[in-house]
Design a protein around this ligand. Structure first.
Ligand code: ZN
Ligand code: ZN
Length: 409
């Protein structure tokens, strides 16, 4: 019996859905024309997966960690470190990292625009704040896309058990960061961070870029809002745990961050944007090429989730068709276990993630094929697989590629 030596894992973010009125009560995946996905389903076996457990509404970060086989109770450190890693920041043990963005406050200190008019590039502003030191704590700031930043605090005696300064809404003042426990580390971290945020506000107010924005009548980016504190620590890498050299092909920063966190190489593909205009064909082409150098190739495709959040069922259906047409080369792929799934469902009728199971498809020579010939939610429910956590999918991947370790003897 032959078995595939390599694995190609494709995660379509937020792919799962519920019946949509606009699609005649089909899900976007059911309504989509998807000859290639169906051909792969026919060749392999299908099923359903709850990435974090039945009915649990998963975030993208935790769901991906779980699918990579990392129990989130042990390994999830918060969103901040993953965002920072996504921006290629080098983190050290004990750093506290945040997701941040520049925003606009008026003269009374009220937030009037959480995204500072979706400022195109905030790197000049990030540079003006980068390297500030307060009470022995260094602040490292790096710009992401548009209004997004990552912030890292580096120094002794820090804690990530502190609250956000971002109130997650407009029309109110930014929040004072508070310690979430009585430790001196949490109190110290909160107080130093508050001092930094105040200083940042003063620097940004006077920044030439903002003076220019004011002249042009644009919202000034005069405040930094932080959220999602997490303390970085090194964890056992994917290669250490599974003896597989792994890489990631993704457009959006968070997924590159999760991949770097588990020690995957991140390959840059031109045209991979993390949006609906992304070049799925280029990503799949690169993934197939990468299979010669890597044992495990992870491809992330974002836009289904975005259409779900927008409640755009027809857009989601069309994007699934775009994915499907890019998957044609997979039908001829040899010696590879193909796994196609999602990190969570993002039903258009909810405009949010849900705890509904996601469809899973596994094809390869070692797979016991079932009778499912359509890769869609309600067909998958009749298939061979049922994973009650993402980590179970990883166990099955190890099993099907003959890498599983025996339990007992
Ligand atoms: Zn997601
Ligand atoms: Zn989402």
């Amino acid at each position: 019996m032959s078995f595939p030596k390599k694995t190609l894992l494709i995660i379509c973010d937020g792919l799962g859905d519920r019946p949509c009125k606009e699609l005649n009560f089909k899900t976007p995946l059911e309504a989509a024309k998807k000859p290639n996905l169906n051909a792969l389903a026919k060749k392999g076996a299908c099923g359903l997966m709850y990435t974090l457990g039945p009915g649990i509404k998963a975030g993208s970060d935790t769901a991906h960690l779980s699918i990579f086989g990392y129990n989130i109770k042990k390994y999830y450190l918060g969103r901040g470190p993953l965002e920072a890693l996504g921006l290629k920041m080098q983190l050290k043990q004990g750093d506290v990292a945040f997701r941040a963005n520049v925003a606009t406050v008026n003269k009374k200190g009220i937030i009037v625009d959480r995204r500072a008019g979706r400022i195109k590039d905030s790197s000049e502003l990030a540079n003006a704040l980068d390297g500030i030191e307060i009470k022995g704590v260094q602040f490292i700031v790096k710009a992401g896309t548009a209004h997004r930043l990552a912030l890292v605090m580096r120094g002794k005696g820090l804690s990530a058990n502190i609250s956000d300064s971002d109130p997650h809404k407009e029309g109110v003042e930014p929040l004072t960061v508070k310690p979430r426990d009585d430790s001196k580390e949490a109190k110290f971290t909160a107080s130093v961070l508050n001092e930094f945020l105040k200083k940042a506000h003063n620097i940004l107010e006077k920044h030439p870029l903002n003076k220019e924005r004011k002249k042009r009548g644009l919202p000034v980016a005069n405040i930094v809002l932080v959220r999602g504190a997490g303390m970085f620590k090194r964890i056992p890498s994917f290669e250490e745990r599974y003896n597989m050299k792994a890489c990631c092909i993704a457009g959006a920063g968070l997924y590159k961050g999760v991949a770097r966190f588990v020690g995957m190489d991140v390959l840059d593909v031109e045209g991979a944007t993390g949006r609906a205009d992304t070049n799925v064909k280029a990503k799949i082409k690169e993934a197939i090429e990468a299979l010669s150098a890597y044992d495990f190739v992870f491809v992330h495709i974002k836009a289904c989730d975005v259409f779900g959040h927008d409640g755009d069922a027809k857009g989601k259906k069309s994007f699934i068709e775009k994915i499907d047409s890019a998957l044609k080369p997979l039908l001829k792929l040899k010696d590879t276990l193909i796994v196609i799934t999602a990190d969570h469902s993002t039903p258009c009728c909810m405009k949010d993630h849900s705890g509904d199971a996601v469809p899973v498809l596994i094809a390869g020579t070692s797979v016991r094929s079932d009778c499912i010939a359509k890769f869609e939610e309600r067909e998958c429910a009749k298939g061979y697989y049922r994973f009650n956590s993402g980590t179970e999918l990883m166990s099955e991947i190890l099993n099907l590629t003959a890498k599983a370790k025996m339990v007992g003897s």
